[in-house]
Design a protein around this ligand. Structure first.
Ligand code: PMV
Length: 376
């Protein structure tokens, strides 16, 4: 099993890492250095750059991470498959303290500190996650103090709301000494996601707690996608917030105006999923990258790219990336670039920042047996 401890995420100030532990929850162990115990007795420090978190022991801790779509966005809306990647280097962490009777439930976060009952609209999904999880595990939501801090960027298609919800659900369950089944946990995250997005596909809720790439078909997870050799990706922030609803509506409108053209492109996008999965399974970076770049061009044809995203894709390819594409709904958000080798990911990230990306994150997907380690 890989014992790598989590590193802070932004490439600009930090070192890329790979093969990180999947998100797990556990109790804080030490008062010397804030940390939590995870399976196997390992100790992971709480990231110092998430300042909202309590440095002293709490009753429950939960972690989840970001996600990126490797292939299939938009086509998945029309019945095609899609593959989403966990981004474990970008974490959301929640902590729960059990309050004495009579205390009002409260929240501490970067956006709001105060009673849970009066959170601002953007934190209603968090309140929903606290409430749903507390009821599920038999705790009184009015007697919880919840802290949340997240490094998953908001509005960039990286699953911020689902990651926070998943961390909250895990922390509440941990405070009750309960382990939730994957399906119960998923439903609780989805309750929060429905408040955030109305009709979430479930792709984010599944991938923010996954420790391997996940294949989806018609909103259902089809299982983990094997990784045949370590592959390193750089995620580059365009600096522009994107609305999934607007992008999905754009494609729908274009499809109504020119059904044959758009259906043809969507079909071609869907047809890339199997070759991309095969390339991931065999560890062929060139074939994987070619599929990603082709997907970018098709996504541009259906109108969801932007000049900023196109420029970042060109910058990545210009310095020898194996492939690059927008990831998620488009219009803004992020670009996902595949390094030709894990050793070249740092230079690729630097090139993307030089091309204007305000932030980049580098991650290496380990070969599947390494990822599963001793638990396989
Ligand atoms: O919300 P994002 O940026 O991760 O993109 C969602 C993916 C879409 O295919 C565009 C929409 C969907 O519901 O699958």
């Amino acid at each position: 099993m890989d014992l790598t401890l989590p590193l802070p995420s932004d490439d600009a100030s930090r070192t890329p890492s790979s093969g990180r532990e999947p998100a797990r929850s556990g109790r804080v162990l030490t008062s010397v250095r804030p940390a939590e115990r995870v399976a196997g007795g390992l100790v992971r420090p709480l990231p110092a750059h998430l300042p909202v978190l309590s440095p002293t022991p709490v009753d429950g801790t939960g972690r989840a991470h970001g996600k990126a779509i490797l292939i299939g966005e938009h086509a998945v809306v029309y019945g095609a498959a899609a593959i989403a990647l966990p981004v474990p280097s970008v974490e959301a962490i929640a902590q729960v303290e059990l309050l004495p009777a009579g205390s009002p439930g409260s929240l501490t976060s970067r956006l709001h500190t105060g009673p849970l009952a009066t959170v601002p609209a953007e934190l209603m999904p968090v309140a929903a996650a606290v409430h749903a999880a507390a009821i599920e595990v038999g705790l009184d939501p009015d007697r919880l103090h919840v802290r949340i801090d997240s490094e998953v960027p908001i509005g960039r298609g990286m699953g911020s709301s689902a990651a926070v919800a998943a961390a909250v659900v895990a922390a509440v369950a941990d405070a009750a000494g309960r382990t939730l089944s994957p399906e119960v946990r998923h439903e609780l995250i989805q309750e929060s996601e429905r408040v955030a997005h109305g009709n979430p596909s479930g792709l984010d809720a599944r991938t923010v707690v996954a420790d391997a790439p996940v294949r989806f078909l018609r909103r259902r997870p089809q299982g983990a996608v094997p990784v045949g050799a370590p592959v390193s990706f750089v995620i580059a922030d365009s600096g522009v917030s994107a609305s999934t609803a607007v992008a999905v509506a754009t494609v729908r409108a274009r499809r109504e105006a020119a059904p044959a053209v758009i259906d043809g492109v969507i079909e071609e996008l869907g047809a890339l999923v199997d070759p991309v999965a095969d390339a991931l399974a065999t560890g062929e970076a060139a074939a994987l990258g070619a599929g990603m770049t082709r997907a970018h061009h098709l996504l541009r044809e259906i109108g969801v790219s932007s000049p900023v995203l196109d420029d970042l894709v060109e910058a990545a390819l210009g310095v020898g990336a194996a492939g690059a594409k927008l990831t998620g709904s488009g219009g803004g958000g992020c670009v996902l670039a595949l390094a030709r080798t894990p050793g070249s990911a740092g230079a690729l990230a630097a090139a993307l920042r030089a091309a204007g990306a305000p932030r980049t994150w580098t991650m290496t997907l380990p070969k599947t047996p390494d990822l599963l380690g001793g638990d396989a």
